[in-house]
Design a protein around this ligand. Sequence first.
Ligand code: NAD
Length: 332
Amino acid sequence: QAFFKPISGAASPSSTKRHTKISVIGAGNVGMAIAQTILTQDLADELVLVDAKPEKLRGEMLDLQHAAAFLPRTKIIADVDYAVTHGSDLCIVTAGARQILGESRLNLLHRNVALFRNVIPPLAKYSPDTILLIVSNPVDILTYVAWKLSGFPSSRVVGSGTNLDSSRFRFLIADHLDVNAQDVQAYIVGEHGDSSVALWSSISVGGVPVLSFLDKQEIAYEKETLESIHKVVIDSAYEVISLKGYTSWAIGYSVAALAWSILRDQRKIHPVSVLAKGFYGVDGGDVFLSLPAQLGRGGVLGVTNVHLTDEETQRLRDSANTILEQQSQLGL
Ligand code: NAD
């Protein structure tokens, strides 16, 4: 017996509102931070969690469901079976093997590629029109692997890439200048990792280009100071992991912002991992790395033509080659 007596002639919810479904694969620290941030943003009608560990998965599902009285209404479901992801608009992949003490990055990569062989094909099968958003590391190569395994057009496969690195960068610049990080436009592009490239030449605060402002005012700055800020960004993840064991909150907000831009068709520009071949002189092969890309309901809509200095362009190409070198050992 229904709690409410329906009003005759009332339209069914499905005919009045589009249903938005997001699946998060991997209910670990990162997946759960993303899930909880998405819930607070009223972005999905249905949120699905998938993980390989059924007890942990049910525990996380119940814990989130118990917050229903404080959140916008979202149906939360969880299962180890990928059938539950059926018809998702967006699938966010955070499942990943952890580095074992003494294990090489390459070995970890091989284990994560094997894991993706179990994750990506069922996602593509149950949601052939979905957009895949990859977060698991190494994110650039795994985004390439997801693109290959899904058979999707590259516009529907995107990696969170340097979106997080760029927000760390914006925080540091904002902190340095005592301004709001949201007023700082600054991109880190290339590999999400040690070979990332800071685009100093295009940094602006409130529309004022920072380096040319300093030049005009004849305010001296050392190149080493700039390099050291970039180094802090690169070391940030290692520092947080050494202190608390994992990173979660910033990646949660950063990925939820990408989900928002995609599902709400915001056409915002984010530095995210996209198929970079043909952009900024990257032409060595099919490589995913972060470029300032416009995101909307169709996925990756385009890549912005930011002016890069010759040195920045060269560093970006070097970053692409670093990724391609590792990728070539996968045999995909
Ligand atoms: P975690 O170990 O806490 O969680 C991983 C989860 O994946 C676990 O719950 C595990 O059970 C699950 N899993 C493993 N195999 C699975 C499978 N076949 N199917 C479904 N689920 C499976 O790790 P974490 O701290 O949440 O990190 C997750 C990933 O995100 C890692 O690869 C990490 O490096 C990456 N990460 C990326 C960024 C970024 O900016 N791109 C930032 C932080 C973390």
